[in-house]
Design a protein. Structure first.
Length: 189
């Protein structure tokens, strides 16, 4: 059950989109509050008002965007000039951008000065460095490789490679030299 309307203090100078976060968290409370507050017996009118309220709240949450500063934007544009489907998010310490470039979905974290802190990329195993791909195929001839998550922090790169056979799903953790260790194993149901 929804609580009564809560008003919490938030520093308006903080770099987060607090209004959108508050509205999204309390969306159903608002709709319930509005529909219960209407003193009419006409259910159609309640539905119309609830839909109008939902549209207004939806519009309010989508009009706010996380805009990084010029240093971050410049760094991103220099590195990923052909990025598509770009979406920014902000925390107190860094900006995160999600995008697609050359068919690869990626997330990159930048500090406030525009320095790249870390990245995550998702792609097919055929795009792994050839020495790693070859080693994985030779070491697991009866397993099907089907996905890679590449995690870069500083100068360290780690690959999490998804594999499967008839009975199990596997995730191997692979370093830049091709050294592997089993990270996860799940039985198929």
């Amino acid at each position: 059950m929804c609580e009564t309307l809560r008003i919490t203090y938030h520093d308006p100078s903080a770099p987060t989109n607090w209004l959108a976060q508050y509205v999204v968290r309390n969306y159903f409370c608002y709709v319930t509050f509005v529909t219960r507050s209407i003193k009419t017996k006409n259910k159609a009118m309640k539905k119309v008002l609830a839909i109008a309220c939902a549209l207004l709240i939806g519009a309010a949450t989508t009009t706010y965007a996380y805009d990084p500063n010029e240093k971050v934007l410049k760094s991103f544009r220099e590195t990923f000039s052909h990025a598509e489907d770009v979406k920014w998010d902000e925390t107190t310490d860094f900006f995160t951008v999600s995008f697609v470039s050359a068919g690869i979905r990626s997330k990159v974290n930048y500090d406030k000065e525009g320095n790249m802190l870390s990245s995550i990329r998702y792609y097919s195993p055929q795009m792994l460095p050839l020495n790693i791909f070859n080693k994985l195929k030779k070491g697991n001839p009866k397993k099907d490789l089907f996905g890679v998550t590449e995690v870069t922090t500083g100068s360290d790169v780690t690959y999490y490679v998804k594999m499967q056979d008839e009975k199990n799903w596997y995730t191997l953790k692979v370093d830049e030299s091709g050294n592997t260790q089993l990270h996860e194993k799940y039985k198929k149901g």
